[in-house]
Design a protein around this ligand. Sequence first.
Ligand SMILES: [Zn+2]
Length: 678
Amino acid sequence: MSAQQPQRIPQDFIDTLLDRTDIVDVVDSRVKLKRSGRNYTACCPFHKEKTPSFSVAPDKQFYYCFGCGAGGNAIGFLMELEHLSFPEAVEELARKAGMDVPKQEQNLSPAAIAAQQAKAQARNQAYDLLEQANLYYQKQLRQHPQRKQAVSYLQERGLSGQIAQRFGIGFAPSGWQNLLDELGTSDTTQSALINSGMAIKKPDSQRVYDFFRERIIFPIRNSKGKVIAFGGRVLGDAKPKYLNSPESAIFHKEKELYGLYEARQQQRDLKRLLVVEGYMDVVALAQHNIHYAVATLGTATSHHHLERIYKMVSEVIFCFDGDAAGIKAAVRAMHTSVPFMSDGRQARFLLLPQGEDPDTMVRKEGAEALTNLIANATPFSEFLFQQFSQDLDIHNLEHRAKLATDMMPVIQSMPKGLMRSMMISKLEDYTGLNQDTLAQLTAVNDPPAITAKADTALSDHHEQATINTDFVDTPTGDAPYAPPIPPDYVQADNYWQAKESWPTQPTTHHQQGYQKNHHIQQRQKASVQNPAQGAIRLILRHPTLAQNYAQIPDHLRQLRMADAGVLVRLLEICQQIQTQLQRAPKAAELQSECTTLEAWPMMRELAAMESLTVASDHTSQLQEAIDKLHHHYFDQRFDDLSQILRNSSGEEQINTAKKQLKSLLSEKETLQKMQKSR
Ligand SMILES: [Zn+2]
């Protein structure tokens, strides 16, 4: 701050800053806090003591020491602990909250000061009013003569009174002026109700009426538990099914996450967050002890959301319905996540079976089944490749080039790090193009986010695609990065079910055993088998090729890929015959030896399949397939290590995993060099 021109920070800014700051986070990151009832305690940092008398109250956003009498808000705490001036402490908190401190001439006009004070007052009034409305709705759920319908709706959904209470669920009865009669008795309170979105004034008739009528009411709380808006779910057949308070001075829906406050109340140091679409999903999951779900409020997942989320946790799972809208929402979330994907962070994607949402799913299948699905959600890198290689034939050179041009700009907007390097080398594997060529492709095809116009057009499209049509809210387009994809590329309704297609073959857990219902995907062209199937086919037709693999490579045995186990078994059989006959088996001999295998029907199909490539050099074709499997094995280890990075909190463990990742990367480079020199 300049000494000649003393400046002050507007009160309004300080209020907003304190709203967006949680004193518990501020203190806890400096003095480790322990939960004690509603409050947190620690040994006082301001005087010497052995038993804790220092306490932080999240609801009051205040700290106090019963030993030495120190006390104050978050700004005061920083000033005291780190010997900062007031502006310095504000600066520090603003940096954390991602806000810029506005500077203001000290000699403000009285009118300007009055305006500021009025603004601050209106803000506090809005909080008070919304809290009163909250209490009113909750009371109606307990007492109103019409409450039965609401209560039985909640009971049918399996919600206990305890959960309803924790989320502050309420009931807005039918009628036009219930809340107005209760809280809007004077002109001042009536206009405050209008300003906070709780009442609507019809411009023509001047009539004022309640915004929420005949709905289950879900209070939307900010990170400190203050009610800032409401969501309402209709009880009858009225439209829209879900309704959110309009935006106001204290409610910005693209920044808020429903359930975040409640989740943190349950567990302060969250490891992961599950992003779902509706309030009922959040509440139903909490009822089943899954306490880390949050919902966006009728908007797509925004970069504001992700900024907040990744400050708290390193792992996000996006969980959407498996219908076309859900898939598009997931794809949109994937694109918004790209710039956040630095090492150690993870985003995963879970699309539920069609017609299910987390609420119906957890009630039908139970918490354990859903937790399993969550644990096995598709990792970001895999989801990205799935999306981009959709409908592409990897053996077609043009398609490969398309994959590279589409994906490279996306990967390059990831933060620099191991994960990004890994993705680039994965793309090299898939396309057979080296890094230099890939870089050139990116230079020629700039990402479409360059002009504001293209940006808007794309985000408009994707907004539309992601909105749950049950909502009336107008979402805000805010993606900093526009996805370079054609609008209609998610077409096939059943594509999620077809996710087993190469190159993103999921892993089967037991390798040797073969599931009867598993057969080659006939939908696909014969050329798009996975590399394990490709190798099986070649060996079945040309068993002499197996002689080159008398030593079965270790990575094949450890690979968790469908049919890798079958390939290993096939190589073993070749060896057995070789030992018995002192020569390589003939195709007929080998195949008759395999008829007893559980996987034989699939193998027979493969053996009968004509290759689309010119039958020339089988040796190098097989080598290529085995190399691909080797790369899959690298990817598998990469995923395993990322999982360790994600789930462990020990510094030593993390450092070891990082070292292993580095050496993995160089191993992979060595392999690539070897392949090129062949
Ligand atoms: Zn003290």
